[in-house]
Design a protein around this ligand. Structure first.
Ligand SMILES: C[S@@+](CC[C@H](N)C(=O)[O-])C[C@H]1O[C@@H](n2cnc3c(N)ncnc32)[C@H](O)[C@@H]1O
Length: 272
């Protein structure tokens, strides 16, 4: 969850989350290194992949443009669209009805630039909420937060509070192939179970379980393998953290749930 961007990018591009032809957003393009790496993840001959890169500062957009110009061929260059706008407005620059597989935030100030022009908690939160709306199911919001500069700690706490509202995502991240991501998510989720009111987390988990069970038959029978695996991972992680009691209570509550769950077990056996 909170891990170095280069590693997060590698992981996102390792075949599970971002694929050739996908649309992605760089919410803070700065000097363009993340934009370039993301473009390499989505570019192929189909010319369908897109990177929407945003930054508030003109100098950042110029730096990104220069880096892309010197690093990419003409076809690849066409896949990047740069916008001088705040990431809280990302929906305004996206074409209609588009969802993206990855929104990357690399927060703080522009390296080598004006250190007072930093990301701010309020707009970062709005940006994260917008990202939540545009990211496709099974997609990823990646965050790199620095705490060393003034306002950094406050921004980290804002991000943390936002992430705690997304326990469903945490159940995916605990199964991440990248150890640091998995460990961070496990600690975070463990804290949630310990620190929040017992009723709160139980209630949330029951709701997530219900939602996942409802979608289960379609996901398992659908053609999107990555989505089915991520769904299975969420369910298994949720069962691990909540314990068998919740599953038992839930399965006995509804005649629809038990067959769905059996279906789910049959579906995941080939991957075990
Ligand atoms: C740490 S830098 C990004 C580094 C960049 N991803 C790279 O690969 O070089 C953070 C950037 O966020 C930008 N920024 C600050 N507030 C912003 C906002 N509300 N919306 C979009 N970009 C913002 C800054 O101008 C700065 O360029």
């Amino acid at each position: 969850m909170f891990c170095p961007t280069s590693k997060r990018r590698q992981d996102a591009g390792s075949g599970n989350v971002v694929q050739k032809g996908d649309a992605v957003i760089d919410a803070t393009c700065g000097n363009g290194y993340d934009t370039l790496a993301m473009l390499k993840m989505v570019a192929d001959r189909s010319q369908k992949g897109r990177v929407y890169a945003l930054d508030l500062q003109d100098v950042a957009l110029q730096n990104t443009r220069s880096l892309l110009d010197e690093s990419l061929d003409d076809n690849e260059k066409e896949l990047a669209e740069l916008f001088a706008t705040c990431h809280s407005k990302m929906e305004e620059v996206l074409p209609r009805n588009i969802t993206v597989r990855l929104v990357a935030f690399n927060l703080g100030y522009l390296p080598g630039g004006d250190k007072t022009m930093i990301t701010k908690s309020e707009t970062t939160l709005l940006g994260l909420e917008a990202a939540e709306r545009v990211v496709a199911p099974g997609g990823l919001i990646s965050l790199l937060v620095y705490v060393g500069h003034p306002g950094g700690r406050e921004e980290f706490e804002t991000v943390q509070a936002f992430a705690s509202r997304l326990p469903e995502c945490l159940f995916v991240l605990v199964c991440d192939d990248f150890e640091e991501v998995s460990e961070a998510a496990q600690v975070f989720l463990g804290d949630q179970f310990l620190s929040r009111g017992k009723h709160d987390i139980k209630h949330d988990v029951a709701q997530i379980f219900s939602r996942l069970m409802k979608k289960l038959p379609n996901v398992v029978l659908g053609s999107e393998e990555a989505l089915a695996i991520s769904h299975a991972q969420k369910l298994l992680a949720l069962i691990y953290f909540s314990g068998p009691r919740l599953v038992k209570d839930h399965l006995l509550q509804s005649p629809v749930c038990a067959p769905s769950f059996f279906f789910f077990l049959l579906g995941i056996v080939p991957y075990l």
